[in-house]
Design a protein. Structure first.
Ligand SMILES: [Zn+2]
Length: 256
């Protein structure tokens, strides 16, 4: 079998035997996959820091019996020093976990690779994870075909504008797929005899911000401290889809 080369980001690493590592890679060409980096835990590893967590590299692999074996790696986009920052490390881990639970192995999702690479570049440029967390979630869900509906009621389809606000707050329902109008919200409460605990309520300004940031490059979100609380809402949707691993989600990614 022939070797092949992919543009990949290292999502996860775990030790194997005395000196090796198993890496979870997310590549533009092959999506999520596992590979062995032999000797990667030796001080004198030929890979150096190129296969550190959240590194991006051109990686050449040789198909093995059970797992592909990494034969070479060349850094893309320079080194990666900010992982010593606990916030950046936590965010990289969050991204890795989300992709791990949202994506099928071996299924390429180039648009999602671009989102992760752009997030990585923004963090490397010094932007705080909190400033981009919500925007990354929005874009990640959009490219997977489960964008959060923020303009109309996700249940009845009624266009909402500023009307979803009740007592100054709008309700976002991960189960419904986005904003829910007052009438649908009341109907759901009556039907289930209680409010859906996974619902998230956001203020008018938070809703406006969520509507605005979905298309802004991550690097341009740097100075918006007000964006940090938005991740509370977007994380709820990521968690919902990660937990559900919905058929529709898989179908959406398979169509691409
Ligand atoms: Zn409705």
């Amino acid at each position: 079998m022939r070797s092949f080369t992919v543009d990949a980001i290292v999502l996860r690493r775990r030790p194997l035997g005395e000196a090796d590592r198993i890496l979870t890679l997310f590549s533009r060409e092959r999506g999520k996959s596992s590979a062995v980096a032999k000797g990667a835990r030796k001080t004198q590893s030929k890979f150096g820091a190129r296969l550190d967590l959240f590194s991006r590299a051109r990686i050449t692999l040789h198909p093995g019996r059970s797992l592909d074996v990494i034969t070479s790696a060349a850094s893309v986009g320079g080194g990666w020093e900010r992982l010593v920052d606990p916030d950046v490390f936590a965010f990289a881990s969050y991204l890795a976990e989300s992709i791990d639970s949202l994506c099928e192995p071996g299924l390429a999702v180039p648009e999602l690779f671009d989102v992760v690479a752009e997030a990585r570049d923004a963090l490397a440029a010094g932007i705080r994870p909190g400033a981009i967390a919500a925007a990354v979630d929005l874009r990640m869900l959009a490219v997977l075909g489960v964008a959060i509906e923020l303009d109309a009621c996700a249940r009845c389809g009624q266009a909402l504008g500023r009307r979803p606000l009740s007592g100054g707050l709008a309700t976002l329902s991960p189960a419904a797929g986005g904003l829910v109008c007052r009438r649908c919200l009341q109907a759901a409460v009556q039907e289930h005899d209680r409010a859906d605990e996974s619902n998230v309520r956001v203020s008018a300004s938070e809703l406006a911000a969520l509507r605005a940031i979905g298309t802004i490059p991550f690097k341009d979100l740097a100075d918006h401290e007000a964006l940090e609380p938005l991740a509370r809402a977007t994380h709820a949707f990521v968690q919902f889809h990660a937990g559900k691993r919905s058929r529709s989600l898989l179908a959406a990614t398979a169509r691409k």
